[in-house]
Design a binder for this molecule. Structure first.
Ligand code: E4P
Length: 218
């Protein structure tokens, strides 16, 4: 399973990209709203930082405007993937953009029927939102599994991009069930890395290495 970062924060993206673990980036209007600067420049810089699919979301509501906005976004860089919300207008826009050869990430997907429609319209990525499903008292991991299973036999290169990831357990569940990608907020990357036994073990190794150096020197 590939790991993407879910962020528009250039500093966080640069830091996590330096770990060598990022295969792509997803953004959305709320994430962009948390940072300053011109959107086009932000997308360009993200494309410089990470060599992989970079999702940029349309804010238009109507299919014609979604298509125009999607074409403008796709023209920024060959790695831009146009993110389109799951809706009738979104499906129509997806179908048009896909036939232009533009990759679409269909977002705000919660159910297997929605995912099947997205894939059928030509979406290259389908983004089930795990955490937001949990938030309303459902089981987001179960919903994700149903989507992964439903798209298994689907005759296209559509990839399931597990989104709205809130903790490392979501990431591991997504990996175990065979999701293609998980897009992970920066905070969760740090939670994935850290373990008290790793920190304690490193502290002991460092202390023992220092003790040996002191002994050898004396
Ligand atoms: C997906 O691409 C979205 O940007 C994102 O995962 C939404 O997550 P949230 O529910 O934490 O806002």
């Amino acid at each position: 399973m590939k790991l993407f970062i879910d962020s528009a924060d250039l500093h966080e993206i640069e830091t996590l990209a330096a770990w060598g673990v990022l295969k792509g980036v997803t953004t959305n209007p709320s994430l962009l709203n948390q940072v300053e600067g011109d959107e086009i420049s932000i997308y360009r810089r993200i494309c410089e930082l990470v060599d992989g699919p970079i999702s940029a979301e349309v804010v238009a509501q109507d299919r014609h405007e979604m298509v125009s906005e999607g074409r403008r976004l796709a023209a920024i860089h060959p790695n831009i993937v146009v993110k389109i919300p799951t809706s009738a207008e979104g499906l129509r826009a997806t179908s048009t953009l896909a036939s232009d050869g533009i990759s679409v990430n269909m977002t705000l997907c919660f159910t297997a029927p929605q995912a099947l429609l997205a894939a059928s319209a030509g979406a290259r990525y389908v983004s089930p939102f795990v955490g937001r499903y949990d938030d309303i008292g459902n089981n987001g991991v179960d919903a994700l599994r149903e989507i992964v299973d439903a798209l298994l036999g689907f005759d296209s290169e559509v990839e399931v991009l597990a989104a709205s990831i809130r903790n490392p357990i979501h990431v591991i569940e997504a990996a175990k069930m065979g999701a293609d990608i998980a897009t992970i907020p920066p905070k969760v990357f740090y939670q994935m890395l850290e373990h008290p036994l790793t920190s304690a073990g490193l502290e002991k190794f460092n202390a023992d290495a220092a003790a040996r150096r002191t002994r050898q020197a004396g």
